[in-house]
Write a protein that binds this ligand. Structure first.
Ligand code: ADP
Ligand code: MG
Length: 236
């Protein structure tokens, strides 16, 4: 039986209003994001491109509540992140947000099976049927008893993706998720991730260097000098 959809597609899941962020450096403040506005609807996927250093990871960290903007508001699933304390932000991440970063961050002392189930169990959303489907689709059945150090990079990344999607987060934040893999492996893992995200009904905000991948998503924005590039066009 298919799992019910996560949410109504018309709901707005992420809102950024006038978000600015700078870092203090030895040469003085470095302005990274300037008065940025952005929305992401439930179920929608958005590619974030831009040169190295253009602020893509900074933007993702702000949306994940891992860092604070200097100015502006960020709402995720109806909650203003700035109004939450550390505990509140951790709880929002656990309940709503799934992170897939370049570093796989698997737990070395746990088997693949336990790693896959970890976040879903923490979030109280473990579903054995979905877990089995994910494991099969990601080609991880024969690896369940292994430990992360016994896996290749591509296999570890598939476990990291499975672990995130097992909890069926409303929002998936992915930062160059295949940046550590060779191109062929990275492409195969990404294609799988995009179709699984679509099936899950999650929204996706994904940083990528690849034009080709960016074109597979519903929308695309390009960051330049801390702003959304005026030439940004919808991909659809
Ligand atoms: P991207 O992900 O697009 O490559 P980042 O968001 O990581 O860019 O970084 C944007 C800019 O901010 C870069 O110039 C980077 O060097 C700088 N930066 C990132 N994090 C910090 C930090 N913690 N302290 C100082 N500067 C930082
Ligand atoms: Mg980055």
């Amino acid at each position: 039986m298919p799992l019910p959809p996560l949410s109504d597609r018309t709901e707005t899941l992420v809102v950024l209003q006038g978000v600015s962020k700078s870092y203090g450096t030895a040469e003085g403040p470095l302005m990274v994001l300037q008065a940025m506005d952005l929305t992401l609807d439930a179920g929608q996927s958005l590619a974030l491109t831009g040169e190295s250093g253009s602020g893509k990871s900074t933007l993702l960290h702000l949306v994940a509540g891992l860092d604070h903007p200097d100015q502006g508001r960020i709402m995720v699933d109806g909650q203003e992140i700035g109004g939450l304390d550390d505990k509140g932000r951790a709880s929002l991440r656990r309940s709503t947000v799934g992170l897939v970063f370049q570093q796989f961050n698997l737990i070395p002392s746990l088997t693949v099976a336990a790693n896959l189930a970890f976040h879903a169990r923490l979030a109280g959303r473990f579903n054995a049927t979905w877990q089995r489907q994910l494991t099969e689709r990601l080609g991880l059945d024969h690896l369940l008893a292994r430990y992360p150090e016994q896996l290749s990079g591509g296999q570890q990344q598939r476990v990291a993706i499975g672990r995130t999607l097992a909890a069926r987060p409303k929002l998936v934040l992915a930062d160059e998720p295949t940046g550590n893999l060779d191109e062929a492996t990275g492409d195969a893992v990404m294609a799988l991730m995009l179709s699984l995200v679509a099936e899950t009904g999650s929204s996706l905000l994904m940083v990528t260097h690849s034009d080709r991948l960016a074109r597979c998503l519903d929308r695309r924005i390009h960051l330049r000098s801390g702003c959304i590039d005026a030439t940004t066009v919808p991909t659809a």
